[in-house]
Design a protein around this ligand. Structure first.
Ligand SMILES: [Mg+2]
Length: 373
């Protein structure tokens, strides 16, 4: 049954978040996603998602620019092509377009979903098969209010939804952040792992002081303390402290991972399908990290269910996720655009069953949350 790509639609969707989500560069009250709907000549549909944080606050692509890239560049190249050889299509797009990894990730996801539905196999099967079907997921405490964050953490520990927590810091004075983090760690004690994400907000000297304080407070991991391309600082800090560093914005793909590892970095990497340009490209990065002895962590750009599930299929194929994942994006949103939401329980989430991503769109919800032109 041969199949050609018939149509590609990129839909902007805005869903409010359950609470303000405070990061060093912005505070989010709504999440905007680009949902890709790719139809083939057999009438099957592949879904993909590209999402970022706070418009252009986080990176160079915005939801609006992702839609434009897909509508104007990727769509016309892909329509009419055979949908059956994903690698050929990836090579074609790599030759014609630089960067734009968020848009690329949504397209790669839709191609995998379509291929899986055609072959009646899951996306994880297409990637070699799932090693794990229940994937650990942490929660981010990002209200910015210490008492509220402690209450939220205690509730989640009690219901066994999460036992690992990440705190977004870096927008306040260093010692205010340190007191906030230390108070939360003290409140949850040994029952929970507490990590921080600085989102590049510190210079090296501030990071050195901050890491010394956080190490003393019993924090387990510090994510991207210094600016993204300041590799030398990240390497020096990783050599100076036994508190490990999680490289996030610094490393998008396999080549970045190689460069940072070759410079002497030790620690861990936050893989994101959006940064890398798709689930397959994120796994290429995982291979480089593993070869360099760098720990793996499944990261999110706060994607909704479609993007989170695409990531989960990729992470499920990895033997060891040293630091688990943060695929909680759907829980941060007030509503969902899929028929069956993900099942979060026992400190993790279940990998959906069924062909492709194993996700079905809720057309009414999509219509409701779709941005009006
Ligand atoms: Mg991060």
């Amino acid at each position: 049954m041969s199949a050609t790509i018939q149509s590609i639609e990129a839909v902007l969707v805005d869903i409010p978040t359950i609470r303000p989500h405070k990061l060093s560069m912005t505070t989010m009250g709504v999440q905007s996603m680009v949902i890709v709907r790719m139809k083939d000549s057999n009438g099957l549909e592949g879904l993909g998602e590209a999402t970022t944080i706070g418009g252009l606050a986080y990176g160079a692509e915005s939801p609006e620019s992702v839609k434009l890239t897909i509508d104007t560049y990727f769509g016309p190249q892909l329509i009419g092509q055979s949908a059956e050889n994903i690698n050929t299509l990836r090579v074609m797009l790599n030759r014609s377009t630089r960067g734009n990894n968020l848009a690329r990730s949504a397209i790669e996801t839709a191609l995998l979903d379509l291929q899986g539905k055609r072959l009646n196999r899951s996306v994880a099967d297409l990637l070699g098969g799932a090693v794990h079907r229940h994937i650990p997921v942490l929660w981010t405490l990002a209200s910015g209010d210490t008492a509220k964050d402690i209450e939220e953490a205690r509730g989640l520990i009690e219901t066994r939804r999460h036992c690992d927590f990440k705190l977004k810091i870096g927008s306040r004075r260093l010692m205010d952040d340190v007191r906030h983090v230390a108070a939360i760690k003290e409140a949850v004690g040994e029952s929970a792992s507490v990590r921080v994400d600085v989102n590049q907000a510190w210079d090296e000297a501030t990071a050195a002081k901050g890491m010394a304080e956080l190490q003393a407070a019993g924090i387990d991991l510090v994510e991207q303390p210094t600016p993204m391309k300041d590799y030398a600082a990240l390497v020096r800090l990783s050599n100076k402290f036994h508190l490990p560093i999680l490289a996030d914005e610094a490393v998008a793909d396999a080549k970045d991972m190689y460069a940072l590892a070759a410079a002497g970095f030790s620690g861990a990497v936050a893989m994101k399908i959006a940064k890398a340009g798709g689930p397959m490209r994120a796994l290429e990065q995982a291979s480089v990290a593993q070869a360099a002895g760098i720990g793996l962590y499944g990261g999110t750009l706060l994607e909704g269910t479609i993007g989170s599930v695409a990531s989960l299929h990729a992470w499920s194929t990895l033997e060891t996720l040293h630091w688990g994942t943060e695929m909680f994006g759907p829980l941060l949103m007030k509503d969902d655009i899929v028929v069956k939401p993900l099942s979060f329980h026992d400190h993790g989430v279940d990998l959906p069953e069924g062909p492709g991503l194993g996700i079905e769109l809720d057309e009414d919800k999509l219509t409701y949350y779709r941005r009006q032109a």
